[in-house]
Design a protein around this ligand. Structure first.
Ligand code: URA
Length: 424
């Protein structure tokens, strides 16, 4: 087999066989296929797409490229959740203990920040002492004991995706529906779960900019799940502005705790209850209404928060010690009107810049910084009224850069739904 023939075939829109895809992925992993050859093939895939069969095969090949996790020693149905990533998306921090408090086992592996989107693992590391790295044995033991674990994905899992993703990131080949679907699903399937709920973020603060493409991605991931006998449900949710009001690692943990204690902002609660109800429905084989009732009850009666405390303590963390910066700067509106847009990706970029400021020499990130929004899209703001609080560790703030993330007009724009669609 020759990689040049494989590239030509895809360039001519022909279907690649399982053997050709395996030859390519294995060769790229062992270095016999060069970065430039792989990038050329990836670009041909971006432009010419893949058939469903090719996508199923690529998923299978990637998922078997490294270790897989065996969760069969955990009784019951293990339900997982994945988000394609957005700004202020702290849903996993709430969902894992919340769903576990309803009696569904959750062994969740999460990632770090990608581009301008935050990562659950970075957020968890803002909790003093929290250990994100459990071995597979420790993970199984903890889920059997307390019903959940929230850890970092191990290095050995799906190495092919890691290497291919890094190349895609540098070569403008991230935005391909079959490549995204196989990348996400190979990781989910390798982590040994039984059923999967995926939150596909749609909008300017997300990879998927429009509902149509998000729908195509959802349908493909549901098909991949079915093909492997793992029921998969996708929720298409709005990411045209940050989710909730807090952006920044430690700040997002604090907002998650508010939700777990029965308060928190409306949009965040709606996304969380939608995802949690689907996970509980899948895990317990009950109706969606019954599942939703359990979820809402446990947010109000303290059980979800108790489970969070148990989870954090089991993983060595101290819920009483999640420091945030005490240096707060209030950014005020320069005009009166309706907030018509909050440019989520720009705000995410600013947060990342602030977080990498203080400790950049040793590569550590500053978890204590971020934003707390006082106004969201649709709100009316007066000139000189606070738009957002900035938590920072230097005096170095560019107010204009922050203000540029907010669009304020005389009249309000029509509001978009928070949940666009649920695809099964
Ligand atoms: N997230 C992933 O894990 N993979 C992609 O390709 C895109 C987003």
């Amino acid at each position: 087999m020759d990689i040049m023939d494989i590239i030509s075939k895809k360039r001519l829109k022909q279907e690649l066989s399982f053997e050709e895809l395996k030859y390519t992925v294995d060769g790229f992993l062992n270095g016999s296929i060069l970065d430039c050859q792989m990038s050329s093939l990836l670009m041909a895939i971006v432009l010419n797409g893949m058939t469903d069969r090719e996508t199923f095969d690529l998923t299978e090949i990637m998922l078997n490229s490294g270790a897989t996790i065996d969760l069969t020693k955990i009784d019951g149905i293990k339900v997982d959740k994945h988000s394609t990533g957005g700004i202020g998306d702290k849903t996993s921090l709430v969902l894992v203990p919340l769903v576990a408090s309803c009696g569904v086992k959750v062994a969740k592996m999460s990632g770090r920040s990608l581009g301008y989107t935050g990562g659950t693992i970075d957020k968890l590391e803002s909790i003093d002492g929290y250990n994100v790295s459990l071995t597979s044995e420790e993970l199984v033991k903890q889920v059997n004991e307390i019903g959940c674990a929230l850890v970092s994905q191990t290095q050995e899992l799906v190495p092919a995706d890691k290497k291919i993703y890094a190349l895609r990131d540098l070569t403008g080949t991230v935005e391909s529906i079959p490549l995204i679907a196989s990348s996400i699903m190979s990781k989910k399937l390798a982590s040994g779960v039984d059923k999967i709920v995926i939150d596909i973020k749609v909008g300017q603060g997300a990879f998927m900019k429009d509902v149509e493409s998000a729908k195509k991605l959802a349908e493909l991931m549901v098909k991949i799940g079915k093909n492997k006998g793992k029921e998969t449900i996708c929720v298409l949710s709005n990411m045209n502005q940050p989710l909730g009001n807090y952006i920044g690692n430690a700040l997002e943990v604090h907002e998650s705790i508010d939700v777990l204690k029965g308060s928190g902002p409306k949009d965040l609660i709606e996304v969380i209850t939608t995802l949690a109800s689907l996970m509980v429905q899948l895990g317990k084989n009950i109706s969606l209404d019954e599942a939703k009732k359990e979820v809402l009850d446990n947010l109000k009666n303290g059980k979800a928060y108790q489970k969070f405390v148990e989870l954090v303590e089991h993983q060595g963390g101290n819920v009483e010690n999640i420091p945030i910066s005490s240096h707060i700067f209030s950014v005020k509106s320069t005009k009166t009107g309706f907030v018509t847009n909050i440019i989520a990706d720009k705000l995410g970029e600013l947060e990342r810049k602030m977080a990498s400021n203080r400790f950049h020499q040793d590569g550590l990130i500053d978890h204590t910084v971020g934003f707390v929004l006082n106004k969201k899209v649709g709100d009316y703001v007066l000139e000189n009224e606070e738009l957002v609080k900035v938590y920072l560790n230097t005096n170095d703030i560019n107010v204009k850069e922050v203000l540029d993330c907010f669009e304020i007009e005389e009249s309000s724009s029509p509001s978009l739904p928070l949940i666009y669609e649920i695809i099964k």
